[in-house]
Ligand binder design. Structure first.
Ligand SMILES: [Zn+2]
Length: 717
């Protein structure tokens, strides 16, 4: 996923107030770099590195100089500065113009932008009690600050005046005005004073609940662990897996072996644990996590969102949330999900029958349960393809995958090269920093990679931007990828599963979307597109991991250096669509849950989250016990903790674009610099600076169709 900063709309608001400081880096061309007149004076406390632009290249954050005590004062000062800058704009006696209002707004909020990017990213990467405490204190204030801007009548009047004259504008300027106007209207700028007060109250309550939801979840990663005393129970795991469980227990001050949950319902170890009771325990710990703490919050959040949507004139939160997306309406989303659901379910039931046959073959009589699926699917895979993870993993050593796989593919496609930058400070010792260069040697930006799972790090994988590209501000991108690959025991190589390889490519697809951005305005840069567009470049990038030329270059045995045998490689490729019935059903179930929670009316009576889930899935024919949703309500961060509410469908929506674009590239010669350049010019560099469907059409010459998606998932042949 692409991480969205903190709760719902705050990031959007603060993104609109991006920073204005000129870069101090001499390597940037000197085009912009005007000192804004409204900038507040430098603070007395120079030790707080959040208060001044970083002197490092491209304003890379000074992670080594950050102190826990820096955040609160920087947020406070950032809000004051931003408020003063906005007042200067609204009090301008001259009539509103694009330059003196919209462009001026783009230049505001330097300290706040820097602080919130660093704080909210680090709070997902290295959270501790200090982050939790600052977050609790600051989120209500940020929410109120955001409302002050969006509900400011004088400011909106200026934006409205410019919007009415938008016919005089073209290109990116016009796009920016439309984005601003829509954001203000969608935040409640046209409401009556009484309704604006209600809006502030709702936003305040939601911000608190969403913060609590995320914090409960972070706490659950620490608390909901399974400690195994008897090594024999871990039968089926490899020596290195057992060693890392022992190391995890030791780190946590426990004896024995500790299994930590990952963010999805399914857990990686379920595919190899032979002990059925332990599998059941692991699965149940995962599926029922945060039930007591988060279930009441889920119900409240869903209802408050419905109320907020009503206030803005929409029947449901889903209708509101989809209003500015490519899909536009809930009907369009249900349409695509419901169309795929029966096809996927048929495939999943065929897979289940194969699995049940495996169970019977073992002389067992039990009926397939969710905690059995991965374990027996692995056996089916072995039988069908003569392939299992332990055979394949030695060919996917992390450094080789990264350098000879992903960076190699990116070089073939875009001509880019990558240089480690060990001189730059990082937020954790396991993080690597790189500088990315064009083929002509010019520097694009900085990229950090944070691969390993650890306590205090949010689950899953994501990308975000620490500094976004803008010609107006003369900034170049600084982006990062975070994954959650289990860290091997000391001295052991990191051997990846094929899924992890795919995730690495996925997240780098977001990274290049941020890195290749070539726009004027920070609000339109890089990955700041509609949610149901932003997962297109990332999913498109996944497919390069299975390009034969790329695979042949990186899939090499970590001990012998031997390339993966052709026969094994053929099996890996053939097995790629294995278990896609399961994968598609678990995804669709989660996407439909997300939609159903956000299709309720404000007065809907809900007392039991589990009952709501069951009913919602039954409504769409997906109440199929062996394949539970990829995320259940109480740990569904996309839906309740971040900016993907009524938006989880976006992965499927964008996969249509990804699959279609990949098949188009293949028809044009595949992995070539010409294809890469065209894609970069028409899609990746554009950010949100033009209509998104137009970007796609500029690239592929037509709108996408679902044919390639169905083939990609192996749902048709
Ligand atoms: Zn993503």
């Amino acid at each position: 996923m692409r991480k969205t900063l903190i709760t719902t709309a705050i990031s959007a608001a603060l993104m609109l107030s991006a920073c204005s400081e000129p870069s101090t880096d001499a390597t940037i061309n000197s085009k912009a770099a005007e000192t804004p007149t409204t900038m507040t004076k430098a603070p007395a406390s120079v030790a707080n590195v959040l208060l001044t632009p970083s002197p490092l290249q491209y304003m890379a954050p000074q992670f080594d100089k950050l102190q826990a005590s820096d955040y609160l004062p920087a947020f406070e000062q950032g809000m004051l500065e931003h408020k003063a800058e906005i007042e200067a704009i609204t009090n301008n006696s001259e009539a509103a113009t694009f330059e003196n209002t919209i462009v001026a707004l783009e230049k505001t909020g330097a300290i706040l932008d820097r602080t919130q990017r660093i704080f909210f990213n680090l709070s997902g990467l290295i959270s501790d009690d200090n982050f939790t405490s600052v977050e609790e204190q600051i989120v209500p204030k940020l929410t109120a600050h955001q409302d002050n801007m969006y509900l400011d009548e004088k400011l909106f009047a200026r934006i409205q005046a410019i919007y009415k004259n938008k016919a005089t504008l073209t290109g990116e300027d016009l796009r920016l005005v439309e984005v601003y106007y829509d954001s203000f209207v969608r935040a409640g700028a046209e409401l009556s004073p009484a309704d604006k007060t209600k809006m502030r109250e709702l936003n305040g309550q939601l911000a608190k609940l969403e913060t609590s939801f995320s914090q409960n979840l972070l706490k659950s990663y620490k608390d909901d662990v399974i400690v195994v005393e008897d090594k024999a129970q871990l039968d089926g795991l490899s020596d290195s897996e057992i060693a890392s469980l022992a190391a995890a227990a030791k780190d946590a001050g426990k004896t024995g072996y500790m299994i930590t949950l990952v963010n999805t319902t399914a857990q990686p170890l379920l595919s190899s644990l032979k002990n059925r009771d332990l599998r059941k325990k692991l699965w149940e710990t995962s599926a029922y996590r945060a039930m007591e703490t988060n279930a009441p919050l889920n119900i409240n959040i869903a209802k408050l969102r419905a109320q907020k949507a009503n206030l803005l004139g929409y029947p449901t939160w889903a209708a509101y949330a989809l209003g500015d997306q490519m899909a536009k309406t809930p009907e369009a989303v249900y349409g695509i999900l419901d169309d795929l659901a029966p096809k996927a379910l048929v495939k999943a039931k065929v897979e289940a029958a194969d699995i049940q046959a495996e169970i019977v073959k073992e002389g067992q009589t039990f009926e397939l349960a969710p905690w059995d699926w991965a374990f027996y699917a692995e056996k089916v895979r072995k039988a069908k393809y003569d392939l299992d993870d332990s055979q394949v993993k030695p060919y996917f050593e992390m450094n080789t995958v990264l350098n000879d796989g992903m960076f190699f593919a990116m070089n073939k496609l875009y001509g880019i090269s990558v240089k480690p930058r060990n001189d730059l400070p990082v937020w954790h010792k396991d993080v690597s920093a790189y500088e990315i260069f064009n083929q002509d040697g010019s520097s694009i930006g900085l990229f950090y990679l944070d691969l390993y799972a650890r306590q205090g790090k949010q689950g899953g994988a994501w990308m975000d931007e620490l500094v976004s590209q803008s010609f107006l501000k003369n900034t170049q991108p600084v982006v990062y990828n975070a994954l959650n690959i289990p860290k091997p025991a000391e001295g052991q190589p990191t051997l990846m599963t094929f899924d992890e390889v795919s995730t690495l490519f996925h997240e780098f697809g977001h990274a290049i979307h941020g890195l290749y951005s070539q726009v004027n305005y920070p609000s339109l840069a890089g990955t700041l597109t509609a949610r149901d567009f932003v997962e297109f470049p990332s999913q498109a990038n996944e497919d390069w991991s299975i390009d034969p030329q790329v695979l042949a270059n990186y899939a090499k045995h970590y001990q012998t250096g031997e390339p993966i045998p052709a026969e094994l490689l053929a099996k890996v490729l053939k097995a790629h669509t294995f278990n896609q019935g399961f994968g598609t059903v678990e995804y669709l179930s989660a996407a439909l849950l997300d939609m159903e929670w956000h299709s309720i009316t404000a007065d809907t009576e809900i007392t039991d989250v589990a009952a709501f889930e069951k009913q919602a899935l039954a409504k769409h024919g997906l109440d199929y016990t062996p394949v539970p949703p990829r995320y259940k309500t109480t740990y569904f961060s996309h839906s309740f903790g971040g900016g993907y509410s009524a938006g989880y469908y976006a992965y499927l929506w964008t996969e249509v674009f990804a699959a279609d674009s990949f098949s188009y590239m293949m028809s044009q010669g595949g992995l070539t610099l010409e294809n890469g350049q065209k894609y970069r010019d028409t899609v990746l560099s554009k950010g949100n600076s033009q209509d998104l469907m137009q970007s796609y059409i500029d690239f592929a010459g037509k709108k996408p169709s679902t044919d390639a998606l169905l083939k990609r998932r192996g749902l048709v042949h």
